[in-house]
Structure formats: structure tokens, C-alpha cells
Design a protein around this ligand. Structure first.
Ligand code: HEC
Length: 185
């Protein structure tokens, strides 16, 4: 029995010591550009998944009307595009420089159209801990958060008027030809 207890204590000390050395020796990754720690992605993913299933709202209080989607588009341009990119545009370089990367929410790979809008609402309102995803609870009203959540839910089937609000700005008209510089005498 004594040996068994000694074994457990010894094992616990070994695990704690190993973790201590891992975190104090500079071996654990801290740069945004470094590889994930062992189990980091799995554990963080599991925690978020379970939280969403228990806490995210199950019903959506507003309809995906053109007006609400347009409201969402304005929120998106102002508060999200910097990290999550715009439709038909280059991916956000800042979003790619984060750990984990900010998904490009208007690309096939990054779209969250399969997520219930309540999940997106929860993520935008509360943020995602230990990632660059901020909480917008203090910056946006619940209505604005629902609007942008519905926009992302319908990202692959937006009405034209809404898609236009997210379209790249048209190229500026050709500038009038510059006057030739006056000749020096
Ligand atoms: C400063 C950068 C930044 C800004 C600004 C930002 N996000 Fe994020 N967002 C992130 C990062 C990084 C992640 C990835 C988190 C992860 O992998 O768990 C993320 C994740 C998300 C996700 C989850 C995507 C998925 O695949 O599950 C949604 C939805 C989202 N953001 C929506 C928004 C909306 C809407 C806004 C604007 C109101 C916004 N974000 C603003 C950085 C940002």
C-alpha cells in the first residue's frame, strides 16, 4: 500500500515537474506564429463546443430581412473586416498573423453558414478566450450582434443590395492627365 501511494505521489510530482520545466524553460510556444502546444487545439475546441451547446441562444429574435442584413453588413465592414476579410478581396494579412488565424468569413473554407446563428451570436458577444477574437458586448447592441450573425449565416446567399454594400469599392475614374510641367528656362 505504502509503495502504491508513493507511486502516485511520485507520478504526480513528475508530471507537475515536467509541466513546470516545459513552461519555465522557454520551450512552450508563446509567439502568435508558433506551432500549437500539444493538445491545445483539441482542449480549446472541446471547451468551446460544450459551452456553445449549453449557453448559446437557441432562438433568433430578428428576421433575416434585407434591412437587418444591411445593418449587419455595416457592422461587419466597421468592426470585423480588418481581421476576417471582405468578399472578393485578398485575405486579411493581420488575420493570418494571429494565432489561431482569423477565419476569412466570406471564403468557402471560412464561412460559418452551417453554424446556428445563436452560436455566432455567442462568439461575437463573448469573444473567444485565448484567441484574437474580441468580445463585442460593450461595443455593439444585441440587435447589431444578431444582424451581423445573420449576415454571416447567409453569407453564401445574400440579396444583391447587401452584397453591394460589401463589394470592393469601384476603381477610381482615371485621373485627368497631368499638365506638363512648365518648361524651365
Ligand atoms: C482583432 C481581430 C478580430 C476581429 C476585429 C474580429 N474577429 Fe472574429 N475571430 C478572430 C479570430 C482570431 C478568430 C478565431 C478564433 C478561433 O480559432 O477559435 C475569430 C473567430 C470568429 C468566429 C468563429 C469562426 C468559426 O469558424 O467558428 C466568428 C463567427 C467571428 N470571429 C465573428 C466576428 C465578427 C462578427 C466580428 C465583428 C463584429 C469579428 N469576428 C471581429 C479575430 C477577430
Amino acid at each position: 500500500m505504502g509503495r502504491f501511494i508513493f507511486g502516485i505521489i511520485f507520478g504526480a510530482v513528475l508530471i507537475c515537474g515536467g509541466a513546470f520545466i516545459y513552461f519555465t524553460s522557454g520551450m512552450a510556444p508563446v509567439a502568435a506564429t508558433a506551432q500549437p502546444m500539444p493538445f491545445e487545439r483539441l482542449l480549446a475546441g472541446m471547451a468551446l463546443h460544450n459551452k456553445l451547446h449549453s449557453d448559446a441562444p437557441k432562438t433568433v429574435p430578428i428576421q433575416p430581412t434585407a434591412a437587418n442584413l444591411l445593418g449587419g453588413a455595416h457592422v461587419y465592414v466597421q468592426d470585423c473586416a480588418f481581421c476576417h476579410g471582405m468578399p472578393q478581396a485578398e485575405a486579411s494579412a493581420e488575420g493570418a498573423g494571429m494565432f489561431p488565424h482569423a477565419p476569412q468569413l466570406f471564403t468557402r473554407r471560412g464561412m460559418v453558414t452551417d453554424d446556428p446563428p445563436g452560436f455566432t451570436f455567442w462568439k461575437v458577444k463573448n469573444g473567444i478566450r485565448l484567441t484574437g477574437m474580441p468580445s463585442f458586448e460593450k461595443a455593439l447592441s444585441d440587435k447589431q450582434i444578431w444582424q451581423v450573425s445573420l449576415l454571416l449565416n447567409k453569407a453564401d446567399q445574400l440579396p444583391l443590395s447587401v452584397a453591394a454594400a460589401l463589394a470592393p469599392a469601384p476603381a477610381p475614374a482615371a485621373a485627368p492627365a497631368a499638365k506638363p510641367a512648365p518648361k524651365r528656362r
